[in-house]
Design a protein around this ligand. Sequence first.
Ligand code: NAD
Length: 257
Amino acid sequence: MQVSLRDKVAIVTGASSGIGRAIALEFGRSGARVVVNYHGHREDGEEVVRQIADAGAEAIAVQGDVSQQADVRGLVEAAVDRFGKLDIMVNNAGIEQRMPFLETPLEVWEKVIAVNLTGTWLGCQEAARQMVRQGGGGRIINISSVHEDLPMPTNSPYCAAKGGVRMLARTLAVELAPHKITVNNIAPGAIETPMNSNLKEHPELLQQLLHEIPLGRIGRPEEVAQLALYLASEAASYITGSTYFIDGGMIRHSGSL
Ligand code: NAD
């Protein structure tokens, strides 16, 4: 299957590292013009832009905190100012802060919800407003997690946020369908990114995790990016309101669905 994003304009949030970075690079390689959102690390965002330019496509790096409406609006404005439109929005930015529920301060709950859930809601809204304004539909892809379904003790704010993203996508898929905007979630299992850097220092945790993954390995960001590319492409034109698990079988093994 030949998948091209030629003439498409995409925003990827949290694109200076991990899964977001892999998606931005894959979109660029496939011909899209890309707004590479970064939060803290400007050089990393610029490096992604350079790599996309090397692949022969255009990109810009734009700073922004996805939990702030003005910043998310700024990302969409940057796409329209520079590239004339917005076709694809990938709400990827996310954080987690694990600790026992009984010890979790309210501030941790508020921060994790603000980035993972409010940030995704804002990204969906600002992107959809632009897509409706310009007409012709669009694609919204949210990076949720197996934890949109699978409980994880010590990670209640993250699980609640990703569970929220699950119902957000389902609701918006129905509400935005008349505008030909599709909304889908990608739910990764354990992927080798900075978010999982603790596994390098704790081989016993890695072994425990591998027991829960039928395919017996951690996933790569590039594998998630291939799925995002498919969902962003014309090939996925009839798919909306779905969650795609990419987890080496983890969620089936855990028997939660
Ligand atoms: P990562 O830490 O490399 O990427 C997260 C990105 O989000 C970073 O670039 C960070 O700068 C950015 N970010 C954080 N707060 C932000 C904010 N307020 N505004 C804008 N950007 C912000 O980790 P990752 O694994 O690539 O995570 C990407 C997404 O994938 C997240 O939503 C995460 O929940 C999800 N996910 C990851 C895994 C995994 O195993 N790595 C599994 C399931 C889901």
